[in-house]
Design a protein around this ligand. Structure first.
Ligand code: HEC
Ligand code: HEC
Ligand code: HEC
Ligand code: HEC
Ligand code: HEC
Ligand code: HEC
Ligand code: HEC
Ligand code: HEC
Length: 423
């Protein structure tokens, strides 16, 4: 059953004994909140929930019902929505969005950021709050702050309208899928796909014009499980058959700390597996690729799409080659003692997961080359954006590499080799 029947939902709601206006609860909340938070009430009235007579207490419980009992108000999680929308919640839980909080927490760089950035949701956490939080994490958030940001489902259909139409617009993804290392909004909205979709939105083009949104390609049939073949960092296992590419990718995996300098898996591989950062088998990768290609074929010829997808893969291979050269240059500086290895590092190799916190300009340059420019090169190719693929992507990588070579030569010329002593 795709959409649960209204009757079923109302039964679920009645089970929490708040629905019928006769119980008074909906009216109690609404009446007082009309003066406390008037626009929450008017948005709720616009929502399908309000229209179905589903009161505030269905999501917030009935224990808080006066100004003195505010602390008892429940803050909903996806489980609250699952009472009536179990199918969507299960799909979401299988997809990448559900891992967002765990993936953020797993980053070594998180420990060095002010807590307002993560748990306070004013940086990393502002986007990664879309992920599922454990019971303990929710308790912790509540203990250290007012405890909001645990709903996840309001990421695309915002409270309290919870509108399907809003979630279907590409702007629903914009807040998070933008900027430094994943500018999908900028790429898409300026590529022909987005241009046509936005011209449809402002009614310049007729409603029936073919124009894909983010959701057309990434939430096929309204499925809430999101996942792509290559993913965020475009690394996957097993290694490619192409030997030169396999060597380059090995160096990247070493700089991500997933393989040690000898090429053996480290403890970080378990984290990668746990947060599903990379597709680990050819089958998992191919499944996503086929799903995507069949979506493109609603508007394009199969041969056109095969070619376009291969160009995306090709761009990753080219970018990996430049990246490996740059990583090896910096690794050589650690090895020969021209830059000191931070004491947290266990290997004489750059650690890209320390993000911008690396301590020399050449290491920061390497980080920008990897996370900003390599990502833009392949993500721009897949999103049909010539400018991101080239000027903000591949061209920027070439400039980074020149800088890195120059900086390394200077360090070798000027710097006295430092004793193997760690910083
Ligand atoms: C007599 C007035 C009154 C009534 C009745 C009332 N509220 Fe509130 N509610 C408040 C006030 C005041 C706040 C706190 C606003 C603030 O300062 O942040 C609040 C806050 C909230 C919050 C935010 C909780 C938090 O942790 O800050 C929720 C959710 C909420 N109310 C839902 C409800 C629901 C559901 C009902 C009905 C079961 C209800 N309210 C009934 C006055 C009321
Ligand atoms: C007690 C049952 C119940 C709960 C709990 C519930 N909903 Fe709903 N929801 C409904 C009903 C009923 C509708 C209207 C269905 C319809 O008209 O087809 C609806 C519709 C929706 C829609 C579609 C709106 C549209 O514009 O068509 C969205 C999105 C939605 N709910 C999200 C949520 C989220 C997110 C949560 C949790 C924060 C939630 N719901 C909790 C019963 C519930
Ligand atoms: C379908 C579920 C649902 C219903 C019904 C609902 N809320 Fe909420 N409410 C939420 C969600 C989700 C959040 C965000 C929680 C978070 O940040 O993790 C929220 C947050 C809030 C907050 C605190 C955040 C803020 O923006 O100030 C208040 C206050 C609130 N709701 C009041 C109400 C009132 C009053 C009603 C009824 C008119 C109501 N809610 C009905 C789901 C619901
Ligand atoms: C990444 C954005 C996104 C998130 C996060 C999200 N949704 Fe949706 N939701 C959508 C889109 C897009 C649609 C419209 C799908 C379609 O076109 O059929 C939708 C539709 C819905 C509908 C209406 C289904 C129908 O066919 O009428 C419900 C109910 C719903 N979502 C519930 C949820 C719940 C519960 C969560 C939290 C687990 C959630 N959504 C999280 C994007 C999102
Ligand atoms: C609140 C922020 C937020 C919003 C809104 C949001 N996303 Fe995401 N999205 C994320 C985060 C964070 C991740 C990374 C999660 C992870 O992999 O751990 C992600 C991951 C993804 C992925 C998986 C990429 C991969 O690794 O394979 C896809 C696809 C995706 N989002 C599409 C969308 C689409 C489409 C929308 C709009 C309908 C959307 N997202 C809305 C934050 C968001
Ligand atoms: C025409 C289809 C299409 C549209 C529209 C589209 N994407 Fe993509 N997206 C792709 C393809 C193709 C890939 C690469 C898939 C692969 O790995 O094989 C991708 C990859 C992604 C990824 C993973 C990292 C990356 O960029 O390679 C995310 C996240 C993502 N898209 C989000 C979005 C968001 C958000 C929007 C809207 C602003 C959007 N996409 C619009 C087709 C599309
Ligand atoms: C503007 C929103 C935003 C901010 C801020 C942000 N992220 Fe992300 N993050 C995303 C999105 C969206 C994705 C998925 C992008 C893609 O797949 O192309 C992502 C992906 C990731 C991933 C990869 C997950 C995976 O499985 O592939 C990690 C890890 C991560 N972010 C950690 C962080 C950390 C740590 C910070 C802060 C230092 C941070 N992010 C800041 C939105 C954000
Ligand atoms: C809903 C229809 C639709 C879908 C789905 C779609 N496209 Fe497009 N695409 C278009 C239209 C229309 C254009 C503009 C054609 C033009 O410029 O004449 C376009 C343009 C392009 C372009 C720019 C090059 C050119 O020929 O102008 C590329 C590359 C592209 N699409 C690739 C893809 C890929 C890859 C997918 C799947 C991931 C995809 N498209 C999915 C409709 C679609």
């Amino acid at each position: 059953m795709k959409t649960p029947s209204l009757i079923l939902m109302l039964t679920a709601a009645a089970a929490v004994a708040i629905l019928s206006p006769g119980t008074g609860y909906a009216a109690v909340c609404e009446d007082c909140h009309k003066s406390i938070t008037p626009n929450i009430v008017s948005d709720w009235q616009l929502s399908k929930h309000g229209q179905a007579g589903m009161g505030c207490a269905v999501c917030h419980g009935e224990e808080h019902n006066s100004a003195a009992t505010v602390a008892k108000a429940k803050i909903p999680t996806p489980e609250t929505c699952a009472t009536c929308h179990d199918e969507k919640v299960q799909q979401y839980k299988k997809g990448k969005h559900a891992f967002a909080w765990a993936a953020m927490k797993a980053m070594p760089a998180m420990h060095w950021q002010p807590s307002v950035i993560g748990d306070g949701m004013k940086g990393c956490g502002g986007c990664h709050k879309i992920g599922v939080k454990t019971e303990d994490e929710i308790k912790g958030l509540k203990a250290n702050s007012p405890g909001f940001g645990v709903a996840s489902c309001d990421a695309c259909h915002t409270r309290h309208t919870f509108s399907k139409v809003e979630a279907q617009q590409p702007q629903a993804c914009q807040t998070c899928h933008m900027g430094f290392d994943h500018p999908q909004w900028e790429m898409y909205s300026s590529a022909k796909h987005g241009v046509r979709a936005l011209l449809k939105q402002n009614k310049t083009l007729p409603e029936t014009t073919a124009a894909p949104t983010c959701q057309t390609c990434h939430m096929q049939e309204g499925n809430h499980e999101v996942r792509t073949a290559w993913g965020f960092l475009a690394v996957r296992l097993p290694m490619p058959e192409d030997l030169s590419w396999a060597n380059d990718r090995k160096v990247i995996l070493q700089a991500l700390g997933v393989l040690d300098p000898a090429g053996n898996p480290t403890g970080r591989l378990d984290i990668v597996k746990g947060a599903q950062v990379a597709r680990l088998t050819q089958e998992d990768w191919q499944k996503e690729r086929d799903k995507m290609s069949s979506t493109c074929q609603k508007c394009h010829a199969p041969a056109f799409i095969k070619g376009e997808m291969q160009k995306g893969d090709q761009m990753i291979k080219e970018a990996d080659h430049m990246m490996a050269e740059a990583i090896n240059i910096v690794a050589g500086l650690y090895k020969d003692g021209f830059i000191a290895q931070p004491k947290e590092y266990s290997y004489p190799f750059p650690d890209l997961l320390t993000f911008h916190t690396a301590s020399t300009p050449i290491e920061t340059k390497l980080f920008d080359m990897f996370l900003e420019h390599r990502n833009r090169a392949f993500q721009g190719t897949f999103h049909a954006s010539p400018d991101y693929a080239w000027w903000y992507g591949f061209s920027a990588m070439q400039r980074d590499l020149t800088d890195i070579k120059h900086m390394a030569a200077e360090l070798r010329k000027d710097g006295k080799p430092q004793a193997a002593k760690k910083k």
